[in-house]
Design a protein around this ligand. Sequence first.
Ligand SMILES: *Cc1c(COP(=O)(O)O)cnc(C)c1O
Length: 359
Amino acid sequence: MARSYNFCAGPAALPEAVLKQAQEEMLDWHGAGLSVMEMSHRSPEIVGIAERAEQDLRDLMGISDDYAVLFLQGGASSQFAAVPLNLMPEVGVADYVNTGQWSKKAIAEGKRYGEVNVAASSEGTNFSTIPPVGEWQLRDDAAYLHYTPNETIGGVEYFWVPDTKAPRVVDMSSTILSRPVDVNDYGVIYAGAQKNIGPAGLTLVIVRRELLGRARPECPAMLNWQVAADNDSMYNTPPTFAVYLAGLVFQWLKEQGGLDAMEQINRRKAEKLYAAIDNSPFYANPVEVASRSLMNVPFTLADDSLDKTFLTEAEAAGLLNLKGHRSVGGMRASIYNAVSEAAVDALIAFMQDFEQRHA
Ligand SMILES: *Cc1c(COP(=O)(O)O)cnc(C)c1O
């Protein structure tokens, strides 16, 4: 049986080596006589697996002891509420930048808990740009600045860090681990796991410890970062199997050479794909060149009546999940860490062949 190439935006492709290792260890993990899924979360096995996963992540991203690493549940979407509940005073304001569908959801949730200052928005360009930082209307009294370094749906990515007084709080769901970042630039980094970390069900939060202890009294214990930190992310039953699998992905990333090596591969993959799109009158990507995502590449066909045929033929060629998000249409190729350069080459070859036959 041959595995297809999977360009799904999330849950996304996982490294085949990781899936194989999980398969080998499925019934009897390291001679323990049972599967990871069946172990108590208080057992030394699970505690060891979680500690190793955390250490490998710290090594990969260069996370210092000034930061707590939390393995939570509820997805990035529950962090849209956790962020204001943990950081925004009852009478307070926070800055948000609106660059797409995920920013919008974070803003909508933030508004339930306090004043949201939308400091800048690219809705006017249909989210194909990042608003020039000189135009951002930041508030001096903001508790934090929230933005989305990679908009998974629009395919817009920041390759720079904005100047602010307030701590930067970022939703890195679809860009985390794709290239090195300086964690010290951020107050909080959060991410759903199902793009570039592991299976769905795990949510990662990296928070500067000095920002802990500010949660509002009404903040549910399950969303309270301090509670999670005090309990080593085991306040309740954590998603043990997802943590285990994420840990295998972290080990795999280290074997690939870490995030410097991943960045080189990811840049090569993205450059090829954008070049194939730009060099053809048949395909188009709407995003300003400087802000094109390394991970999510939306593209349209000159004739959208061919969309269905494109998807059917792609699937027959072993290229899965290329349909664009329902809010934008067209196609989208998500080319996360686990999507190999061979997969991108196969996609480009298919696109060129399709164009020849249908243009
Ligand atoms: C996928 C995604 C989300 C939603 O994540 P869930 O884990 O499903 O809540 C939020 N933000 C970004 C940037 C995403 O890519």
